[in-house]
Design a protein around this ligand. Structure first.
Ligand SMILES: Cc1c2[nH]c(c1CCC(=O)O)Cc1[nH]c(c(CCC(=O)O)c1C)Cc1[nH]c(c(CCC(=O)O)c1C)Cc1[nH]c(c(C)c1CCC(=O)O)C2
Length: 375
């Protein structure tokens, strides 16, 4: 892997450490895994694929495990169950990537912030609004509290290694800005007024929260890499709400810091960044953060992304989850347009946002057939 990546000189040549290769991983160097090759900057065709939220409520087998777990956090922190649901879409569809089953809000949870997932309401956190709230975050507890999540990574990687050894395990975290939005607001929101207000009213305090998250996220992702994650993804779902000056300060800079630290210790691990709704700033994000692949949201024109993002940086995305719900000819037309725009580039087929609960599972099978045909 390291030899294929001219962009990150530190990772070139011999001596670059391969990540997460335990003794039982054996021959699994990643050299032949289509997804790892594509996210590292190689054009692979037909493109490898996986879907954001591919383990989820649209699958009856997920709902069954979810009901047994008795709560979403319980499911995320019970390694056998979390590994099982991570593997479900691999068994059913033969995806090229398995994404760790967890949530971006497990980092604030691991730092001691109160979190619950209320049925039908989404996440609810005890909001952090002042210096005392930020100071109370227990950065040093993250590894210990998140230990079951790293165990899920270990179990999942071991299970994947027993199969054809073609499926890549993707670890992930939320990016500092998006996670801070939830930590300050205390719940989901259309505009995150309180969080974005804090960034303007008290940038010193917001900056302290962001720095805490940079440290926690780096450590949390390193632990996933050590446990066997082969690629890492940073979700910045709310990045697109920011004006350019704020986007540079709270999205690009913290992401660049995390990427730099990860690359120092694991030069060859590919990193995917998802700056949702970044629009015209996608090129600057690609160049300045150092990520290996940029994930495109549904609003991004793949042809624009192809022109704005350097050719050695991969792209991922960006089918509208609603097209997947529709299925049939509408799905086929949308998927083929994306494939046509991306041919010849390092590319991973995915959605532009998470799969919806009402998606018919057979439409996912139809999409797999379309992508495997190469368009
Ligand atoms: C903002 C955000 C969150 N979580 C995540 C994001 C970033 C991507 C995005 O913008 O969607 C990321 C996430 N959430 C989940 C994953 C697992 C891996 C995957 O399959 O992609 C990942 C990568 C599981 C989940 N995270 C959640 C579920 C649903 C929980 C359940 O089964 O009850 C799943 C499968 C819950 C969650 N978690 C979050 C919200 C707002 C919600 C409620 C919305 C909902 O219920 O769909 C926070």
């Amino acid at each position: 892997m390291g030899r294929r990546k001219p962009r990150h000189r530190a990772g070139c040549g011999h001596g670059s450490r391969e990540v997460g290769l335990t003794a039982e991983a054996g021959a699994a160097t990643g050299e032949n895994k289509p997804l790892l090759r594509a996210v590292s900057g190689e054009a692979v065709w037909p493109p490898p694929m996986w879907l954001m939220r591919q383990a989820g409520r649209y699958l009856p087998e997920y709902r069954e495990v979810r009901a047994k777990a008795g709560g979403f956090i319980k499911l995320c922190t019970t390694p056998e169950m979390a590994a099982e649901v991570t593997l479900q879409p691999i068994r059913r569809y033969g995806m090229d990537g398995a994404i760790l089953f967890s949530d971006i809000l497990m980092v604030p949870w691991a730092m001691g912030q109160g979190l619950r997932f209320a049925e039908g309401e989404g996440p609810v956190l005890d909001p952090i609004r002042d210096a005392a709230g930020v100071a109370a975050l227990e950065l040093e507890k993250v590894r210990e509290r998140a230990a079951p999540i790293f165990e899920t990574v270990r179990l999942t990687r071991a299970a994947l290694n027993q199969h054809a050894n073609k499926v890549s395990l993707i670890g992930f975290a939320g990016s500092p800005f998006t996670v801070a939005c939830y930590m300050v607001e205390g719940h989901g929101s259309k505009d995150f007024h309180t969080a974005r207000g804090m960034a303007f009213n008290d940038p010193a305090l917001f900056g302290r929260l962001i720095r805490t998250l940079v440290d926690a996220t780096t450590d949390y992702l390193l632990a996933q890499a050590e446990a066997g994650a082969e690629a890492l993804m940073l979700f910045d779902s709310w990045a697109g709400m920011l004006p350019p000056s704020q986007f540079r300060r709270w999205v690009i800079e913290p992401t660049a810091t995390i990427v730099r630290s990860l690359k120092r210790l694991h030069p060859s691990i590919p990193i995917i960044g998802f700056p949702r709704l970044a629009g015209p700033l996608i090129g600057e994000y690609a160049q300045r953060t150092g990520v290996n692949t940029v994930a495109m949201d549904t609003a991004m024109d793949p042809r624009f992304a192809a022109s704005a993002v350097p050719a050695n940086v991969g792209l991922q995305g960006n089918l509208d989850p609603l097209a997947l719900i529709a299925g049939g000819a509408a799905l086929e037309a949308e998927a083929r347009q994306i494939l046509a725009a991306m041919r010849g580039r390092p590319f991973v087929f995915n959605l532009g946002h998470g799969i919806e609960k009402i998606t018919p599972p057979e439409n996912v099978a139809q999409l797999v057939r379309i992508v495997r045909s190469g368009g």
